[in-house]
Design a protein around this ligand. Structure first.
Ligand code: WT7
Length: 675
């Protein structure tokens, strides 16, 4: 196993000062969905798992479940077993009777010259049903099949997701900014025969060619022995084709043309078992291979509906804007499934928050009268830097704001509260992961005071615990950091890693499992992979990943993935990636490479290595620096000392290096990086 870089983070915990509380405004409390102090008692471990029937009760079921939680195949939990449900029906059809004329989706194109689209529930119903009919009858997709989506932030993305869900087809949306090759890996792993994409979209004022990536994805998948039979291409502007790449005969189909043949068609929602997979969401881990997190239909939908109602405080009359990308779990849970299950109006913004200027989000908020806002610390830092006073220029009022994805510095939190929220909004700092489906730690907005930089206690029904390396519980208030785990399963937890159940158990449950043969959930704490410290008041402060994962601008990247990308360059012999602090993005990757004998560093080679990372993964993974080094610092057994490289990149003391096989290289590298 590689050596870990967890020491500095654990130290931060000890020196971190406690922040003072901020209290939710009375105006918020008087209208909140959850003001009942008893909720923690109602969701206590004594009431587990039946407490979660309350969340499932927010949904419409074809058949009521027989058992709330099935532990027979621990730790592969079954939620609401025996129940039948359809996610698309719950997010669309069931709202028609009373709210067909209400806006389901406000779509804001990136170009301000283009009008905002307001898609009603009736229109959503028609578009989802017709596209589902197309997927069923033209593509031959049926329940249990997988379809890969590589869609930008446009309404056709949730339409495609909900059309899949209607048929029980498992969707796997790949973040649009990922490369064609990254998409291919996910197509092959999931075994999708159909790829759904768009010709292009706007980002930072320029058209991005997305279909070009589909060609690469299909070619690369073919090299992996997997055939993509159909590529469905939506047109960003129906009737106009944006891509420079022609449609491949027999494989590519323009959705907008095909849909003409499906006018008036209604694919009925298929009643699915609660435990049927709803979607896959790939994420990074300790190896170079992304993990397909498999989420369930009933448990997932119940959990996101419940947390959207009580933690996001979404009411039917609210205008809710989560500025994340639907290509990440945040967007799946808190742009699409949660808000739509509640019949809310959800905003989808196509582009970059600071395009064309830092006032853009606040103009959108003003125009649509958004009152719930949800974003990441990286976006907050970027907006603060680009326009620290901009929010003052716009007349909008948020009652509620969310921060998610990374630790937020108290200083940044205060700007969010005072300037973006105008001192009027309650803030929830929500800690969770792709694997979790929905929030794990957060204050309940009307109940718990806010503490800048702390996520808060477990949300109702989530019971966290911090263990030390030996499995002892670290008591609250001790000032000691450890590994945060969750004692109990919950409905939103992913079911398995697609195609790799052993890795699922090894990675998430083996660490603190009390008895591998046990069928009792109490023996299987969920291991999150984050360091955390718990204050005397019970609030958790999340310190960051303890594994080989870097959180760049809220995007989760595996160091191994970036290293593998660098190794595709023929001259590269060894590669090591370490995280470096960045003012805006939180962390950025620094890449160290050693060349094979006979090769010399050059600007051209630097560029080629950096570009390889973009080609293999995405521009978001591009290293801040590529350091071509004569040798890597290594242990005598030949392991690269990433801790030493991280210290060099951050200009910190490298600590004791005397046990290295080549201690002299440390000074050489330090000199190189300092210049
Ligand atoms: C990792 C998960 C699901 C949210 C989007 C990211 C970090 C997430 C917080 C927070 C501090 C946070 C953790 C976690 N993280 N939220 N509020 N405070 N850190 O999902 O890509 O699966 O990343 O993001 O390190 O393990 P993800």
């Amino acid at each position: 196993m590689e050596e870990r870089i967890d020491v500095p983070e654990a130290e931060i915990a000890v020196h971190w000062q406690e922040e003072k509380y901020y209290y939710p405004p009375t105006k918020f409390i008087t209208q909140a969905n959850l003001t009942d102090e008893e909720v923690y008692e109602r969701f206590s471990l004594d009431k587990f798992p039946e407490c979660f029937n309350e969340y499932a009760g927010l949904l419409d079921w074809y058949k009521h479940w027989e058992r709330t939680l099935d532990t027979a195949d621990a730790p592969f939990w079954g939620w609401y077993v025996g129940g039948r449900i359809n996610a698309s029906y719950n997010c669309v059809d069931r709202h028609l009777a009373k709210n067909k004329n209400k806006t389901a989706i406000h779509f804001v194109p990136e170009l301000e010259s283009e009008a905002t689209q307001h898609i009603t529930y009736q229109e959503l119903y028609v578009r989802v049903s017709e596209f589902a009919a197309l997927l069923r009858d033209f593509c031959g997709l049926k329940a249990g099949d997988r379809a890969t989506l590589h869609m930008p932030m446009v309404p056709e993305l949730p339409i495609a997701m909900l059309a899949c869900a209607r048929l029980g087809v498992i969707h796997s949306q790949v973040f649009s900014g990922f490369s064609g090759r990254a998409c291919a890996d996910r197509i092959v792993d999931s075994g999708s025969r159909v790829l759904i994409t768009m010709d292009g979209y706007y980002r930072n004022g320029a058209i991005q060619d997305q279909k070009e990536k589909a060609d690469i994805a299909a070619e690369e998948a073919a090299k992996g022995g997997h055939s993509v039979e159909k590529v469905l291409i939506w047109q960003r502007y129906p009737g106009k084709y944006l891509s420079a790449k022609p449609a491949v005969h027999g494989r590519d189909h323009i959705v907008n043309d095909l849909l003409k043949g499906y006018r008036g068609r209604r694919a009925e929602p298929v009643p699915m078992p609660a435990e049927a997979p709803l979607f896959l969401m790939y994420t990074s881990g300790t190896t170079g291979k992304p993990k397909g997190c498999q989420h369930s239909t009933g448990g997932y939908l119940a959990y996101v509906a419940g947390t959207s109602k009580y933690i996001q405080d979404i009411h039917p009359e609210d205008v809710y804007w989560c500025m994340a990308d639907i290509g990440w779990i945040t967007g799946h849970s808190y742009i699409v499934y949660g808000p739509l299950a509640l019949g809310a109006s959800t905003v989808i913004y196509e582009g970059v928050p600071t395009y064309p200027d830092a006032g853009r989000p606040w103009r959108i908020a003003e125009e649509l009268d958004v009152n719930i806002f949800h974003t990441s610390p990286t976006a907050i830092r970027a907006l603060r830097r680009a326009g620290p006073d901009e929010p003052n220029n716009y007349d909008y009022h948020f009652k509620h704001m969310t921060t998610v994805g990374e630790p937020i510095e108290p200083e940044v939190w205060r700007w969010y509260h005072n300037v973006v929220g105008k001192g009027e909004a309650v803030i929830v700092d929500t800690w969770w992961q792709t694997e979790n489906g929905g929030f794990l730690c957060s204050t309940v907005p009307a109940l718990g005071p806010m503490k800048p930089g702390s996520a808060g206690p477990g949300v109702p029904g989530i019971h966290p615990v911090i263990y030390d390396e030996d499995g002892n519980e670290i008591p609250r208030g001790s000032g000691r950091a450890g590994n945060i785990c969750i004692r109990n399963p919950w409905p939103g937890i992913f079911q398995t890693i697609w195609g790799d159940p052993d890795r699922f158990v090894a990675q998430y449950y083996a660490r603190y499992c009390k008895d591998q043969n046990s069928k009792d959930w109490r023996d299987w704490p969920y291991f999150a992979g984050d360091g955390a410290v718990q204050a005397p008041d019970g609030y958790y402060r999340i310190l960051g990943r303890i594994d080989d994962v870097i959180n760049v601008a809220g995007h989760r990247l595996g160091t191994k993935e970036i290293e593998s990308a660098a190794l595709t360059v023929p001259e590269v012999a060894e590669a090591a990636v370490v995280p470096v602090a960045d003012e805006i993005k939180g962390k950025v990757p620094d890449l160290y490479v050693a060349l094979k004998p006979g090769f010399e560093p050059s600007p051209e080679l630097h560029k080629r290595i950096s570009d390889a990372v973009v080609t293999e993964i995405s521009p978001i993974a591009r290293p801040a620096h590529v350091w071509i080094v004569p040798d890597m610092p290594k242990t005598r057994s030949g392991k690269i000392m990433r801790r030493v490289l991280a210290a060099i990149s951050s200009g910190q003391e490298a600590g004791d290096v005397s046990t290295l096989a080549n201690p002299e290289v440390v000074d050489e590298l330090r000199h190189m990086v300092a210049v």
